[in-house]
Design a protein. Structure first.
Length: 95
C-alpha cells in the first residue's frame, strides 16, 4: 500500500512542451579575439613555409574554414585576411 505523503510518479504535472514553434533558435556569436588568433596562426604558418605545409585534407579544411571564419570579422578586416591567405596559397602552390 502506498503512503499518503508520497507523490505518485505517474500523475501530476504534464510534461512541459519541449519544442516551441515560435521560439527562435539561439544565435551563435563567436569570440572575435579567438577567431582572429586562429586566422593569424594559420596565416603565420603559411607565411613561414617554403612549400605547402599541410597535407591535401588539411588544405581542404583551411580553404573551407578560413573564409567562413573571416566572415565573422568586420568586413574590411575579413576581406584583408582572405586576400592575404589567398596570396600565400598562390605563392605556396607555385613553389
Amino acid at each position: 500500500m502506498a503512503r499518503s505523503h508520497q507523490q505518485d510518479l505517474f500523475e501530476g504535472e504534464a510534461q512541459p512542451e519541449l519544442f516551441k514553434p515560435d521560439a527562435a533558435p539561439p544565435v551563435y556569436r563567436p569570440d572575435l579575439d579567438q577567431v582572429r588568433a586562429r586566422l593569424h596562426k594559420i596565416l603565420a604558418e603559411a607565411r613561414a613555409a617554403k612549400k605547402l605545409p599541410w597535407d591535401k585534407d588539411q588544405l581542404l579544411v583551411y580553404r573551407s574554414i578560413f573564409p567562413q571564419m573571416a566572415g565573422w570579422l568586420p568586413e574590411e578586416e575579413g576581406a584583408q585576411l582572405r586576400f592575404e591567405f589567398d596570396t600565400e596559397l598562390t605563392r605556396l602552390k607555385a613553389a
